[in-house]
Design a binder for this molecule. Structure first.
Ligand SMILES: Cc1cc2nc3c(=O)[nH]c(=O)nc-3n(C[C@H](O)[C@H](O)[C@H](O)COP(=O)(O)OP(=O)(O)OC[C@H]3O[C@@H](n4cnc5c(N)ncnc54)[C@H](O)[C@@H]3O)c2cc1C
Length: 426
């Protein structure tokens, strides 16, 4: 370590949309974090790609962060498909609003990262001599941040100007009176060719593989389309045109199925009692889940749905047998990507600290997670809607999968869970 070394919980590489969001999440989770970025500001893709005509080719509203409801109202896109300068301004606006640059180091390229088994930490080295020590190392370096230089014989003999759309000069390029050749007809070329052609004296386009393009029909976003989004940021699902269709599709299927089981949105809870992977039981146990379910039902909760994977079928059957028909056992009947759709309409969730709980944490539904006494930073799902309960024991057997007694779980009694649930949902 040099004199310019820094100790933090988390080092994030890249200040694009992913790196900015990671920083927000790490701060919210109480970690100290530093973002390292080669460029001199935030934006990533939208910092580097400044070629003429650069813009997003999915709807601008889709290209917005959804984790800050205020932001959704404060920022209004001028076009359906915003141009690069506007997207970069958006990234800068978010960085200003959340004071992100405070924990970012620009003009800094990460050159190496080495894990030390003795200290359980990473050492991260950079090209400006700073080095950092961290427990968690997150690569938010993007999938398109390394330009591909075409391997074309003879290009080294070309003495004219050469530009890459991915590292376009910040002051722009004047093509007036020039003969220009563009290699490729992918989306960057489709966007830039008309603008370069309008300026250049002559333009030749080299195309290996024809692409299919459709008219963008760009223009301002209508008030009618924007209104539901502004009134209720949750409607982000309804407004988003592309990726969320899948989510919505599954959600509709689930809501129909749920209705058939008498699961009315807001009137049922979900239990995620896994997991039992490879025969290593790491859960609260059928008897305790059943006791909790019965108590909740006596207190007026209409229904409880059990969700689990094939490993949990037997355990879930034990829970179901100890309850009445109001307990809907869906164990083994759902796919992993059904979990957010299933959990979203529930009133609350009780889960073990497994992967499914992390997926469920993506929904706004209040969730109580029962954790084994392993490193809480590894196991606890994050979210403002999540509270976790963990026995205060100096034990790491769950983590090593060598435990035969699970006394830690015994300390989390059903009445303690009920008390925390009341605090969570009122
Ligand atoms: C021209 C173009 C148009 C696009 N349009 C769309 C679109 O319409 N819709 C869509 O969904 N996606 C689009 N994409 C994909 C886009 O890359 C992603 O949407 C998103 O911006 C990626 O964000 P990111 O934070 O993961 O990575 P990036 O934005 O690529 O950020 C990664 C950052 O990591 C930094 N970095 C990398 N290595 C190091 C290192 N060793 N040390 C320090 N810093 C480093 C880079 O400088 C960069 O700033 C487009 C991509 C391009 C190139």
């Amino acid at each position: 370590m040099t004199e310019r070394s820094t100790n933090v919980d988390v080092v994030i590489v890249g200040a694009g949309f992913a790196g900015m969001y990671q920083l927000v999440r790490m701060r919210r989770a109480g970690f100290s974090a530093i973002v390292l970025e080669t460029a001199d500001d935030v934006g990533g893709t939208w910092y580097w790609n400044r070629y003429p005509g650069a813009r997003c080719d999915i709807l601008s509203v889709d290209y917005s962060y959804s984790w800050d409801p205020e932001l959704q109202k404060e920022w209004q896109w001028s076009e359906r498909y915003a141009a690069q300068p506007e997207i970069l301004r958006y990234a800068q606006f978010v960085a200003d609003k959340h004071d992100l640059r405070r924990d970012m180091r620009f003009n800094t390229r990460v050159t190496s990262a080495e894990w030390d088994d003795d200290t359980d930490r990473w050492t991260i080295c950079t090209d400006n001599g700073d080095d950092l020590s961290c427990r968690y190392y997150i690569m938010a370096t993007g999938c398109l941040s390394m330009p591909k230089v075409p391997d074309i014989e003879g290009t080294d003999r070309y003495t004219g100007e050469v530009y890459f759309t991915s590292t376009w000069p910040h002051d722009g390029v004047d093509f007036t009176g020039k003969r220009v050749a563009v290699i490729g007809t992918g989306s960057s070329a489709v966007q830039s060719i008309p603008l370069i052609a309008a300026e250049a004296d002559q333009l030749t386009v080299f195309q290996r593989t024809p692409n299919f393009s459709i008219p963008a029909r760009n223009g301002p976003i209508s008030d009618e389309r924007l209104a539901p989004f502004l009134d209720n940021p949750d409607n982000v699902y309804l407004l988003h045109a592309s990726g969320y269709e899948v989510f919505r599709g599954r959600r509709d299927v689930f809501l129909a199925e749920a209705a058939a089981h008498g699961l009315t949105p807001g009137q049922f809870a979900i239990f995620l009692p896994g997991c039992n992977v490879n025969g290593h039981l790491k859960r609260w146990g059928a008897a305790r889940y059943a006791a909790l379910a019965n108590q909740l039902h006596q207190e007026g909760l209409e229904r409880i749905a059990l969700i689990g994977g094939p490993d949990e079928i037997e355990e879930c059957q034990h829970i179901a047998q100890a309850c009445g028909p109001w307990l809907v056992n869906l164990c083994g009947q759902t796919a992993v990507f059904d979990i957010p759709s299933l959990c979203e309409p529930a009133r609350f969730i009780v889960a073990n600290d497994t992967g499914t709980a992390h997926l469920a944490a993506a929904t706004p539904t209040p969730m109580l997670v029962l954790c084994g006494p392993t490193d809480p930073r590894r196991v606890k799902p994050l979210g403002d809607n999540v509270i976790t309960l963990q026995a205060d024991l100096p034990c790491i057997n769950c983590y090593r999968k060598t435990c035969s007694h699970h006394s830690c779980m015994a300390m989390l009694t059903p009445s303690r869970i009920l008390q925390r649930l009341r605090e969570l949902i009122g």
